[in-house]
Design a protein around this ligand. Sequence first.
Ligand SMILES: [Fe+2]
Length: 388
Amino acid sequence: MPHAKSTDIVVTPLQHDTNKKTNFGAIITGVDLNELDEESFQKLRTAVYTNNVVIIKGQKDLLPSKQFDLVRRFDPDCKPSHGFGYGKSTAELGPTGKKPFYLIPDSGGVTLVGNGYQGPDHYGLKEVTMSGFSHTDFNCEPLSEEQLAAGHAKFVHFHFDGIMYDSHPSRVTTFRCVKQPKGPEVTLHVGDEAGSTMKVQPGSTAFINCAQIYDLLTEEEKKIADNSYWEPAPHPFGWSGTRMMTSNGLGVAPGGETVPLDKLPHWEADKVFKYPLVWLNPVTGEKGFQIMPQCVRKLYLRSSPDEEVREVEDPEEIRVWLNGIHERIVKPEYILVPSCEEDDMVVWNNWGITHSAIEYPPSYGTRAMHQCHIASSTAPLGPTPVPA
Ligand SMILES: [Fe+2]
């Protein structure tokens, strides 16, 4: 679709089933991301922040370098490289550090993620065979090999994209679907009290709207959320040590040990940033409750800007408080697992969404996705400033 214009862009919000409470997501057509003029980009940017997750159809010929350019346009002052630190290990990144990063040559900072054999030459990557992330590295109650092979799955782990040390999370993440596995729907075990399951397309990603988490807070909790902030540990995913996630992939499970701060790879206190508990959507101003429980070493709680801050360092108090909030949202009615087809480009507001991969049986074949996020040049803003 050469020379597409902004007037060609059609944004269609997803129609959710009547049993769903999800209020986000849209399909976009009429975009050529290889030739995106400024007016079209602005229209797309507004659509991303208004709908939080968008699926842009028809991007078969998208060049990886143009995908990278797209992410940069959301943050022109960013340092142009992929948001994950290359060469880092499990000591910094936890289980995520187990997997090699497959940077697509000459892309600027687009990585190949997926599963299975990627062919003799995938955009310059030769003879790559991948294994995707597994919930068994994170979940306190993992499924068996047999259950996985039979098409059962759990969330790998909910997160937003960023290493959270000396680096702010990316403003948006992009994910182009190059190859989808083929097979029956996967039975996703949600991990809620009701024991709910969802049938989902194999090779898909789950999204939760952090604005909907905020909406589920009590009025008193909203006051606390609006005025409080949190601090990740240095190298937080490594620091999280032997702790595991709860069955729903969003909470920290009881037990396990964090790594003592003096046993972590080198770190500096001024590279550990504090973040608001509530992040404002850059376009709509909507409030989202945005925190990764597995990263949090300290909470700084207060109900108004004038109140004295209560510092909470007890991991059990942090764990129980956050789990109590997050358990309200990890239910089928709030979880969006959009249909994603080959040649689709998914773009989401990484400052307003938390997401998780969902495994599928390797027998369904190769999955190939081109993924890009870039550390933001600025921190997200909350309703009240975070003291330095
Ligand atoms: Fe991610």
